[in-house]
Design a protein around this ligand. Structure first.
Ligand code: ZN
Length: 357
C-alpha cells in the first residue's frame, strides 16, 4: 500500500507547466469540507461543474487511486454510448460541410485555418461579413465552441447557425443587418482531436480551458510559450484581431457564466456583462427556467474558481468581453435533440452579435 501511495504521489507531483492533465475523469459525490479542500489545494486537479450532487474531477493517471486512498467517494465518468456517438459527424465531416457552405456563399463568407491541433487537424474559423475579404473598422465579434472535446453541442449549434446566417442573408432583416455591419467570426471546434476521441482534453490530455495566461496566478505572462498548439493558435489569432465581444460554449450544465472565473474582484464592465448574460439566458427558455441558477446566470467565481480560462484571458489581456455559455446538461445528447437546443438558442445567438453594434 505504501508503495502504491508513493507512486501516486510521484505521478501527481510531476510538474505540468501551465497545463492541467485531464487523463482521468471522475464524478465525486459527497465530500466533507476537509476532503474538498484537499482536492482544491492540489494543483494537478481540475474541478468542474459543481452542483448539489457533486462535481466532475479531472487529473493525471493515478487520480482515482488518490481518491480511494483518501476515502473520497466517486464514480468514473460514463463513456459516451457508441450508438449515440456514431450518429454525430466526425471532425472531417464537419470540415467538408463548412467548406461546402462557404464556397456556396463565398461573397459573404470565408474559411481559414488559424493553426493545427496536436494531431495536425486544421483549426477552422469561418468569417461571415459583407466584403468578407476586407478587414475594416466594422466591429468584430466571435464565437468559439468545443474547446472541451467531449462538450459537443456548441459545435453542432455553430454549424447550424453558420448555415442560417449564410442562407438568410438578404432574406432575414436582422441577419442581413448583422452581416452588413459586423465582422462575425465563428470557430465551431477549437479541439477537434478531443471531439474525435470524445475526450475533454486535447490529444495531449491537456485541458485547454485551463491553459491560458491568468492575471491572478504565477502564469500571468501573456505569452504562448509552453502552451498547447490549440491555445497558441487562438492567442495568436486574437492578437491579430480586434474583437469587442465574444462567447465560448460548453456543456455539462445550462447557464450563462460571466467573468471573472479566477477572482472575486470586480471590474468596470461587470455589470454590463451580467446584463448581457441575463439577456442571453432570458431569450433561451430552457436556460431562463433553470432550477439551479437564478435567472439562468452566474458569476464564474461565485460558482467555482477556474484558473487559466479563456474567458478571463480574453477580457483581461485583450479587452474582448467574453461570456461562457453552458448549453446542455448532457454533454453528448442524442443527436436528434440538437435541433431543439439550436432553436432555443437561435434568437439569443443573434441578439448577442447585435450587441457588438
Ligand atoms: Zn467545458
Amino acid at each position: 500500500m505504501k508503495k502504491i501511495f508513493l507512486l501516486i504521489l510521484v505521478l501527481l507531483s510531476i510538474p505540468t507547466l501551465f497545463a492541467q492533465d485531464v487523463s482521468e475523469g471522475v464524478y465525486v459525490k459527497k465530500t466533507n469540507e476537509s476532503q474538498f479542500n484537499l482536492l482544491k489545494s492540489r494543483n494537478e486537479f481540475t474541478i468542474d461543474h459543481i452542483s448539489e450532487q457533486g462535481f466532475e474531477l479531472y487529473g493525471p493517471v493515478g487520480t482515482s487511486q488518490f481518491l480511494k486512498f483518501n476515502n473520497i467517494e466517486f464514480e468514473f465518468l460514463k463513456k459516451i454510448p457508441v450508438t449515440i456517438a456514431a450518429t454525430y459527424p466526425s471532425p472531417e465531416e464537419i470540415e467538408l460541410e463548412l467548406k461546402s457552405l462557404t464556397s456556396k456563399y463565398s461573397s459573404i463568407s470565408k474559411m481559414f485555418s488559424i493553426g493545427n491541433s496536436v494531431k495536425k487537424r486544421s483549426l477552422w474559423v469561418i468569417k461571415i461579413s459583407k466584403n468578407v475579404g476586407v478587414n475594416d473598422h466594422r466591429p468584430e465579434f466571435k464565437y468559439i465552441a468545443n474547446m472541451h472535446g467531449d462538450e459537443i453541442v456548441g459545435r453542432e449549434l455553430m454549424v447550424r447557425f453558420i448555415k442560417d446566417l449564410l442562407s438568410q442573408y438578404g432574406k432575414d432583416q436582422q441577419i442581413t443587418n448583422l452581416i452588413d455591419r459586423a465582422q462575425i467570426y465563428i470557430m465551431p471546434s477549437m479541439n477537434p482531436d478531443g471531439a474525435a476521441n470524445k475526450n475533454r482534453g486535447n490529444a495531449n490530455s491537456i485541458d485547454l480551458n485551463r491553459n491560458f495566461p491568468d492575471f491572478s496566478t504565477n502564469d500571468n505572462k501573456d505569452t504562448t510559450l509552453g502552451r498547447q498548439p490549440e491555445t497558441q493558435a487562438v492567442m495568436n489569432w486574437q492578437t491579430q484581431r480586434n474583437f469587442k465581444l465574444s462567447a465560448n460554449f460548453h456543456g455539462g450544465a445550462e447557464v450563462v457564466n460571466y467573468p471573472w472565473d479566477t477572482s472575486a474582484s470586480k471590474f468596470p464592465e461587470q455589470d454590463y456583462l451580467k446584463e448581457l448574460s441575463l439577456e442571453y439566458a432570458g431569450l433561451t427558455p430552457y436556460i431562463a427556467m433553470s432550477s439551479t441558477f437564478k435567472n439562468g446566470i452566474t458569476n464564474g467565481y461565485a460558482w467555482y474558481e477556474v484558473n487559466g480560462g479563456m474567458q478571463d484571458w480574453s477580457l483581461y489581456y485583450k479587452k474582448d468581453l467574453q461570456l461562457t455559455i453552458e448549453l446542455s446538461n448532457p454533454k453528448w445528447p442524442e443527436y436528434d435533440k440538437i435541433d431543439f437546443y439550436y432553436q432555443e438558442n437561435k434568437i439569443a445567438l443573434l441578439n448577442l452579435i447585435q450587441r457588438v453594434l
